[in-house]
Write a protein of this length. Structure first.
Length: 293
């Protein structure tokens, strides 16, 4: 008989990693799991395990997140990393673990949201999730560089990242940006950080460089600062990194103006239990929705 119990971080992680290797990816490690679920400054993930006697056959984790608008902070959870042992699939464990977890932890959050793939999306809709209806378009743009004595750029060490003295627009809900969050979220050295001053206005751009179809591309994860100067800041960064292609998430609040851009698909967000109607007034960055979360 299968029983559910809370995750025990002291003893369960090695067996959970073995199960993840069976069901998700063999690239996950104990260190990456602990970074994501234990070190998160928004709080240690909560979760349920499905056990057949002493064997873990299913895992459902709920990752904590925070949004801020003005002085209002909304606590959210993200159902992530669901793994069912191959021998136990097709028995409804995914749904049971999800609903049991939401019921058990219902006093811990004001919002549930996550980013399902095409296979799991219909299941979430059947369980009562709603699909986010705002604009979230991934685009690739050909960007010409911009050089000006009035625009300066310097690289920032990942360990020293700070939002001090930056203009943060909390007129709408967005991820609660703190120094501890940014240093946790962008700890991996694949991320690069640039501090850019455009005509006296400071911005920080967090990005990485990857090849898309063999072409070196600047992928933007986060823009922190005044969005009005973001296009110029990116053009300066393109010049510094000697690339011409930029991959970014276009949305209602961030409008990047490039002459040549092409839509490359949409981000998918589903949600439920939205106590503050956050999903009607929220800004998502590409970093908020990245697959590693």
């Amino acid at each position: 008989m299968i029983k559910f119990r809370d995750i025990n971080y002291a003893i369960d992680i090695p067996e959970i990693i073995e199960l993840i290797h069976l069901g998700l990816s063999d690239k996950n490690t104990i260190d990456s799991f602990m970074w994501k679920h234990s070190d998160n400054p928004f709080g240690k993930s909560i979760g349920l395990l499905a056990c057949d006697k002493n064997k873990i056959v299913g895992v459902r984790l709920f990752m904590f997140w925070e949004f801020k608008k003005g002085e209002k902070i909304v606590k959210a959870i993200r159902p992530v990393d669901t793994i069912i042992h191959p021998d136990y699939r097709g028995k409804g464990l995914f749904k049971e673990l999800t609903l049991a977890g939401l019921l058990k932890f219902k006093n811990e959050y004001n919002l549930i949201f996550n980013t399902p793939n095409k296979n799991s999306f219909p299941g979430y809709i059947k369980m009562g999730w709603k699909s986010f209806e705002g604009m979230l378009n991934f685009k690739v743009a050909f960007v010409l560089p911009f050089i000006s004595k009035k625009v300066s750029l310097k690289k920032v060490d990942n360990n020293l990242i700070s939002i001090h003295d930056l203009k943060l627009d909390y007129n709408y809900f967005r991820t609660h940006l703190t120094d501890s969050y940014l240093r946790w979220r962008y700890k991996d050295p694949i991320y690069k950080i640039a501090s850019i001053n455009v005509y006296g206005v400071n911005s920080v751009i967090i990005y990485r460089l990857e090849k898309i179809k063999g072409i070196k591309t600047l992928i933007i994860n986060e823009i922190i600062g005044d969005f009005k100067v973001s296009s110029i800041a990116i053009r300066q960064l393109v010049s510094k990194e000697m690339v011409f292609l930029v991959y970014y998430l276009d949305n209602t609040f961030l409008k990047l103006n490039f002459v040549f851009s092409k839509r490359k698909g949409d981000a998918v967000v589903v949600y439920r239990d939205d106590s503050y109607s956050l999903m009607k007034d929220v800004y998502f960055s590409s970093g908020d929705l990245e697959g590693r979360l």
